[in-house]
Design a protein. Structure first.
Length: 523
């Protein structure tokens, strides 16, 4: 029986992989020789190579391994051959997943230097023991490296990585580069003056200041480009320039010299913190949004503020923040004004009831003053009380915290479709009614009765020139709605789910008024 064999090789580091004959080649040669020795069993080496040079065995995020498992699942490989089992994986959990894939495809794997059979219980026990030691070795090595790095940083040693602008490397230590150091000092000093990252970016660009250019051994060059807000913020927060080395949440005196003073560092960090707080509260925004970062849609996805402009008016919405590849039709788009009003009203009522000893006038003052505050002031209060809002299909679920205790408040809300978008009718369930007439519904009822009169008078040709026959037939159906339904629409007392879109698409409107009431939610 023919058995298609694939060789998998791996090396944790990319050291010496550029050599003509490296560790991966040695593994492949040993595996190929083993496969050749099994020719009498029908073993045959396939041409595809599966190599992971410079990839850790602690996880399965390896391109060579992922391609191999995909080919196994596709039925292209019958046997995986490795030099040692720890080349395949060093994790028991990952091994279990790999075995499941092999079992599902009817495949197996062989270690050239470790004889066992994965189809028997004893063979799997032996393999599990070997993998346990491999995982233990990996974890002990990781702990030893972490401890060494921590001890070195406590001594103020720089542990490598890209050399920051303002320094150069000498004997594996950071030494001040005078010209670059002047640029760094200027950046810190100008930020204190501008107090704005964007203004500082513009000034640096106009002055021709660029990021540090670095050349790598392979000839690749990075850097030497204008500063953007991301790299600039990282520079201003880097304690290296204070002569410190950061580890976890601690700062240690470094072996290198500081470029800036403690006073300048403190002033910059205070300005950054103030700007972060003001940005979070929306104090610097031209159009601040009340619930940014606090609101999720009915599917549990975060929502972001957006706006559209119609007839010179700006309309604000909360829209689902879609992940790459998600269907745009699954996004929720809800009017921000209604949602914000419901949240602030509920929050003010809750806040006024926190203190049971508060007198009636003080409660009224809280409930009336909070809705009159500016959006940044309201947002500051909501953030202080860790507010969260979850949009449901028929309710708003709000959570506020005080003294570590959370309170959940639910407000009825109906989701209806108005035109091409979803609309949230706050303070109503799907069985409740609107409080004001719907202009779209009123216009539809008017057109329907106009079509009815034209039909009865035999003058519908004028309407046919304006509307299609299908649309005209639907208008005629609508014109025979029960008088109490028409009256309710005129008074704005129809159910929240009865929209112009639904009425226009209802091709099964019955002639019976009682059936109409049941169909549209009046009964």
């Amino acid at each position: 029986m023919k058995r298609r064999c694939a060789i998998y090789t791996r090396k944790s580091t990319d050291e010496r992989l550029e050599q003509a004959f490296n560790s991966l080649d040695a593994q492949r040669e040993a595996c190929a020789a083993y496969i050749l020795s099994q020719t009498h069993e029908g073993w045959e080496l396939i041409n595809e190579q599966y190599d992971d040079g410079g990839w850790s065995g602690g996880n399965m995020a390896r391109p060579g391994l992922q391609q191999l498992l995909a080919d196994v699942a596709a039925g292209k490989v019958d046997v995986i051959v490795v030099y040692k089992v720890d080349r395949l994986t060093r994790s028991l959990a990952d091994f279990a997943r790999i075995v499941d894939t092999l079992d599902g495809a009817g495949a197996s794997f062989v270690s050239v230097t470790q004889a066992f059979n994965t189809t028997s219980s004893m063979g799997r026990l032996t393999l599990n023991v070997l993998l346990s030691f491999a995982q233990f070795e990996r974890e002990v090595t990781s702990e030893r490296i972490r401890d060494k790095v921590a001890a070195s940083k406590r001594k103020g040693m720089w542990m490598g990585g890209p050399v920051p602008i303002g320094y150069r490397l000498a004997n594996r230590k950071l030494v001040i580069a005078d010209e670059e150091a002047e640029v760094v000092r200027s950046i810190f000093e100008r930020y204190v003056v501008h107090r704005s990252m964007c203004l500082l970016v513009d000034e640096l660009a106009s002055c021709g200041v660029r990021t540090k250019e670095r050349a790598y051994a392979n000839g690749r060059t990075v850097g030497g480009i204008p500063f953007t807000t991301g790299p600039l913020a990282a520079l201003l927060k880097n304690p290296i320039y204070l002569g410190k080395v950061a580890h976890a949440d601690s700062l240690h005196d470094g072996e290198h010299e500081a470029i800036i003073s403690q006073q300048l560092w403190d002033e910059v960090q205070q300005t950054l913190a103030t700007n972060r707080r003001e940005r979070r509260e929306g104090r610097n925004a031209r159009y601040p949004s009340l619930l940014t970062g606090m609101i999720t849609d009915p599917d549990g996805r975060m929502m972001s503020p957006t706006f559209s402009t119609r007839a010179g008016q700006r309309h604000h919405y909360y829209v689902t923040r879609l992940q790459p590849g998600e269907d745009r039709k699954s996004a929720w788009r809800l009017p921000a004004r209604d949602v914000d009003r419901a949240v602030i009203t509920s929050f003010a009522t809750w806040l006024a009831g926190l203190d049971p000893e508060m007198d009636h006038e003080a409660r009224i003052e809280i409930r009336t003053s909070i809705p009159l505050m500016s959006v940044p002031e309201q947002r500051t209060l909501l953030l202080k009380h860790e507010a969260n809002l979850s949009i449901g299909s028929d309710q708003l679920v709000m959570t506020f915290k005080a003294d570590g205790n959370a309170t959940e408040i639910r407000v009825a809300a109906a989701i209806a479709r108005k035109g091409a978008e979803l609309k949230l009718v706050v303070g109503q369930t799907s069985d409740e009614t609107h409080s004001e007439p719907d202009p779209a519904l009123l216009r539809l009822i008017t057109l329907a009765h106009t079509a009815q009169r034209a039909k009865l008078a035999g003058s519908e040709d004028a309407l046919i020139s304006r509307y299609s026959k299908t649309h005209l037939q639907q208008l005629l159906r609508i014109s025979w709605l029960a008088p109490d339904i028409v009256a309710a629409i005129a008074d704005g007392q129809q159910p929240a789910t009865l929209t112009g879109r639904r009425l226009l698409r209802a091709t099964n409107i019955p002639l019976s008024w009682e059936a109409q009431r049941k169909l549209f939610g009046f009964a």
